[in-house]
Design a protein around this ligand. Structure first.
Ligand code: V47
Length: 377
């Protein structure tokens, strides 16, 4: 959309002041963020977010070839939105031994996987050595692979087990193979939502402190917000502002991923969950508020491929990866496949009118549409 049409569209939606700030690359305020959630005209918000996406990335749309390993579903955090968690003796509870984690890596050795995404529940009976062993087991099977592992919640638990501050534990995890951290476990930082939905889990402040420690240890991470349950627009903007503030301080976030609440098989199953419109708005508002986080990810596993494709024109410039064997969303009712092939991802990014770019976890370009892959992979 050309700038004068975009301006007229934003003016019609009452978003002229926000339009002017975005054009001037000025930061938008808390009230602006709330207005972006409240305005009826989702398409104006999306078009503005798309303008920023294209200013930063043109048509480029990043993906990677990755594998998920959820080493345990046993968890003591009792989050009301979670369908993945089990108590130790509950049917379906599992913990993978380090050898089983290694076996999962061996199963994919013929695939061009560059990242393994390792997360699990907080099972207090696992010792500190377990976490070191699974990292070492992965790197032993596939030395070049990038391990993006452990949410801030798990890291807080690991430091607790090690009886050391997180800042001292992180170098040990890095020495064992940890390369970066995923963005999960943040949910919504607001105390009201925390107390209502996941009061056993660390607070928003603790999540931010852990992310700061990760960045100070020299690792990148992602960040998320779990939306579409009991949170208000103000609580969402507050969450995004806290991420933006930490990013000003550390620059350690690579991508923001809005996670859509899936209401199946959990204590919040009576809630409707977000609509497609809510999901697209969340992508767009994330892009506009988080002016210092380069990548906004439309996680196709959660959104489904058609909405993820649409999100590529609402501010998103990344779709995550091939994701072999996703469990957390599938336990919560996701009907997407548990993996797609690299070629399928490329096709549907092109089908959305965008240019696929294969990246590694830290956004080095591995392939940019040419026939052959760039050196090294
Ligand atoms: O922390 C759990 C969320 C997260 C449900 O960093 C749910 O690249 C919706 O963080 N409905 C884990 N969401 C997933 C995650 C993630 C995924 C992909 C990429 C990256 C990355 C991170 O999933 C949890 C929680 O916030 N979650 N249950 C549910 N019923």
């Amino acid at each position: 959309m050309n700038t004068s049409i975009l301006k007229a569209r934003c003016a019609q939606a009452g978003l002229e002041a926000i339009f002017e700030k975005v054009m001037a690359k000025e930061r938008i305020s808390f009230d602006d963020g709330v207005q972006l959630y409240r305005t009826q005209d989702l398409h104006a918000v999306g078009a503005l977010a798309n303008h920023v996406r294209e200013r930063l990335h043109g048509d480029d749309t990043y993906f990677n070839v990755n594998q998920h390993i959820n080493y345990t579903n046993v968890c003591n955090k009792l989050c009301r939105f979670c369908s993945f968690q089990r108590l130790p003796k509950q049917a379906g509870a599992y913990v993978m031994r380090p050898e089983q984690v290694a076996e999962k890596i061996r199963e994919q050795l013929d695939e061009p996987v560059t990242e393994v995404h390792v997360v699990g529940g907080v099972y207090p009976r696992l010792p500190y050595s377990y976490y070191i062993e699974i990292l070492e087991a992965i790197k032993k099977e596939r030395p070049g692979i990038h391990i993006k592992g452990f949410t801030m919640v798990e890291l807080i638990q690991i430091a607790h087990l090690a009886k050391k501050p997180l800042a001292e534990v992180l170098p040990e995890l890095q020495a064992a193979g940890l390369d970066s951290c995923p963005g999960g476990g943040a949910e919504v930082f607001a105390k009201r939502v925390h107390d209502e939905g996941y009061h056993v889990k660390n607070t928003g402040e603790e999540w931010i402190d852990a992310a700061r420690a990760v960045h100070e240890a020299g690792m990148k991470s992602n960040c998320t917000m779990l939306h579409g349950h009991i949170e208000t627009s103000e609580e969402r903007v507050d969450h995004l502002n806290r991420l933006r503030l930490l990013q000003d301080e550390t620059g350690g976030f690579q991508a923001y991923i809005p996670l859509s609440f899936h209401p199946y098989g959990n204590e919040w199953s009576h809630l409707p969950g977000p609509s497609a419109m809510d999901e697209l708005r969340e992508i767009a508002v994330g892009r506009l508020v988080l002016d210092n986080i380069p990548h906004i990810k439309a996680y196709w596993i959660m959104l489904g491929i058609p909405i993820a494709q649409t999100a590529l024109s609402f501010g998103a410039n990344d779709v995550d990866g091939t994701v072999v064997e996703e469990k957390i969303y599938h336990d919560a009712g996701a009907v997407t496949p548990q993996a797609v092939k690299r070629d399928e991802l490329i096709c549907w990014i092109r089908d959305a009118g965008r240019a696929p770019v294969e990246r590694d976890t830290v956004y080095n370009v591995l392939w940019n549409g040419a026939e052959t892959k760039i050196a090294g992979v």
